[in-house]
Design a protein around this ligand. Sequence first.
Ligand code: AMP
Length: 561
Amino acid sequence: MTTKSVHPVVGIDLGTTYSCIAYIDENGKPVMLKNFEGDILTPSVVYFPIGDSEVVVGKEAKNQKAFEPDQVVDFAKRAIGRENSLFLAGQGRYRPEEISGMVLKKLVRDAAELLGASIEKAVITCPAYFGINEREATAQAGIIAGLSGYNQPHPNIIPEPVAAAFYYGSLREDSSENVLVFDLGGGTLDVTLLNIDKGSVKTYCLGGDHELGGKDWDDALCNFCLEEAREQGASPHDLFEDPHTISELSLKIEAGKKALSVKGKTGIGFTAGAKRYQVEISRDQFEILTESLLERALALVEEVFGDGRNKGISGCERILLVGGATRMPQIRRGLAERFPEIPVSLTDPDEAVARGAALFAKKLMVDDRVADALFGFREQNPETPPPPAVMEEAWDTVADAVGMPHREVEKLNLLSVKQVSAKSFGIVVVDHDENGEKRRICNLILRNADLPTSITRTFNTIRDNQNTAEIIIRENEEHRELIDPATGREIGRAVLRLPGGLPKGAPIEVRFEMNVEGLLRYHGKDLSSGNIIDGELQTTAILNPTELSDAIERSTDLSFG
Ligand code: AMP
């Protein structure tokens, strides 16, 4: 930025189908950066040419899919943070974090070249409903790309709708309103109810669908085209056995879907079994084909409004459309028909997230510097909040250091961004009812809890002389406290060693703490001996430290075409 900070301040929207990057320019505004090919949007697609150590990321990789589908990896974000997920391309096997790391590396490298300065830190966005593993895996993708964050060794991760709302709030600095962000990207839908108050963002509640995005509209259109081609004489072998046909079709389908956003009908031509096929489709037909997808999306919006009412939030002044797929006219119309009293706005749907992430990075940069400027005061007065005169002086120091007006430093430093827990988190316990002992999950943090949050609960040993207590932590979507033990998925476990001779029913304390960024820590304590286990969550769904350093090494060995 303008400013005397040496490295550009950037925000990255790491999308399922497309990614983009924004930086803060010399006027303090978030501006999109073009990639080497001259485009703002970079397809999140990686091509591994046979016998080559070079990888190609972006448009050329996406185009190559029609010719060498086995050498191309896409949709890595749908698998990120999932247990044992691996992509095969040629001879190589890649974890989704590595693929996403390559996409980030391409964005950052092209941006640094354009700006003539190296990029070290970044804010990266993820869907709001991402759980712990997906967030950590996204941060690891950033580390693989060589990025760190503000006040921490890995990039800062913020939810896409929060970033979009932060940008939207910066455009309407004096307003205060409840907004529903409807974010339909290539692979995911995020629906978030939040409040934007003079630039500060407070999330009330959210819901998401991992398996609903523009790609599902593509798939519906693809099925229609395959069916039509069959009626025109194509055999199942021609259509389904040849990967080139499917790859060519997927490019044509996406282009056809986009055409239907601006015109009433379009044609899709492709080759199968050495014969050309031409399929005509109208927007009305396309909307009928995809009615059930729209309905799923609208049902999620209703659910989120319901969750909002349960939290006492009843009003919503605006629906904000974010994500490329909200350009389909049926989305805007569907929302306007279902919620006629709420205006629907479309503001830079492809760019709002990256711009908001860059603005948030600027705030974090300022917060970091203000914290440095207050260091001396805080050391001497650890219990006292800095008085106004000390704050004014700190803002002055930072304004001078980074070359920004004092008022702007003050405003950014005072803005707040509040999130909620995307999931519920509980531990597996043994519960008793009239039928005897039963394993259950006892949820300690419930979905949509305001962050930061912490909770301490006491449980009891179930046998005399029990020498270990296993703490199995499960993430789930349920709003209730006691649920079936198979619900959701395990995200970590730890063993608490107990001293011998404890009677059945000895107390064990478990404490969960979730910080403002949604990262979970747990503590277990055997109250009889005072023995404590503290932990970071360790899970096989993300890379362990050795796998991470191997991935970093592999990524430095690759050159990017
Ligand atoms: P995003 O992840 O926000 O970049 O959204 C990508 C998705 O938006 C992909 O499925 C694109 O095909 C879709 N998309 C982008 N532009 C349009 C458009 N004009 N009409 C329909 N879908 C679009």
